[in-house]
Design a protein around this ligand. Structure first.
Ligand code: NAD
Length: 249
């Protein structure tokens, strides 16, 4: 049995990752998992899932969840939503991720997949067109949310190979799909408030939206492919996830 802990597994993307793991468990041709979730909250109640309620910024919370779940694989999707204070992002995204790494190294975790963001490449001003993973982080980030996502990604990737831990990062852009509370819900609020009278720019900007199940699947593929085999170059790497052709936004 593979013990996997999904950190932030009660959230939008995290729950989809959990559902894909559950789907694998009901397929005799797929690997089986003992699935645990670490989150601030619990909205789903199933006998086959073990929840650990805690706060990533508290080292004891996350380390005891890793010990109790006997997790060998970690998928870390937790982050505060957009629009909060800079301090919360530094505390959770950077401090919380450092806590996870410390606990991984102390408890012989084998694989860590971190959910980053495609926005770690954006400076808030210059368009990004056809960029790939060779692009560097900007000197100045769009906001503290993205700055801290980038800092956490850096820390996670630098830990690849330490104490046999393998790490990689997935960089989705805006995620859409069933149970999304941010993207479409935010657009609906804008419509309800009647904030539709102004257009900034020529309305030909392109933006990359990605379907949530595809993003979740990317995390499972990354977990599968993390390997110490030097011919499989996943460890220490970040991967931009996209549905394909960007659409006007
Ligand atoms: P979400 O808010 O639905 O889920 C995040 C989960 O993390 C929540 O369940 C929340 O309770 C948990 N969490 C937050 N702070 C925590 C803490 N201190 N301790 C423990 N748990 C905590 O967000 P989402 O949209 O599912 O995003 C998941 C990940 O994907 C995040 O890392 C986000 O940065 C990244 N991402 C999201 C999008 C998007 O469009 N939604 C785009 C790019 C990257």
């Amino acid at each position: 049995m593979n013990n996997v802990l999904v950190i932030g597994g009660d959230g939008f993307l995290g729950r989809w990752i959990v559902e894909l793991l559950l789907r694998r468990n009901s397929d005799p041709d797929q690997p089986n998992y003992a699935i645990s979730i670490f989150d601030l909250q619990q909205r789903y109640f199933e006998e086959t899932l073990t929840y650990y309620i805690g706060d990533l910024t508290q080292y004891e919370d996350i380390s005891s969840a890793i010990v109790k779940s006997r997790a060998k694989f970690l998928i870390h999707t937790a982050s505060p939503p957009h629009g909060l204070s800079s301090k919360i992002y530094w505390d959770v995204n950077v401090g919380g991720t450092k806590n996870i790494l410390k606990a991984c190294l102390e408890n012989d975790v084998e694989k860590l997949v971190y959910t980053s963001s495609a926005g770690v490449l954006y400076d808030g001003i210059n368009d990004l067109i056809n960029v790939d993973e060779t692009a560097s982080f900007p000197e100045v980030f769009h906001d503290s949310y993205h700055e801290t996502k980038a800092e956490a990604e850096k820390i996670v990737l630098e830990a690849n190979g330490q104490n046999n831990l393998l790490t990689c990062a997935i960089r989705p852009s805006a995620i859409f799909g069933p149970r999304d509370q941010q993207l479409v819900a935010g657009m609906i609020k804008v419509m309800e408030r009647g904030q539709t009278k102004f257009q900034i720019g020529d309305n030909f900007n392109l933006f990359d939206f990605t379907y949530v199940e595809n993003v979740a699947y990317a995390h499972l593929l990354a977990m599968d492919k993390l390997s110490s085999d030097p011919d499989i170059k996943v460890g220490g790497e970040a991967f931009i996830i996209t549905n394909g052709t960007p659409i006007p936004f």
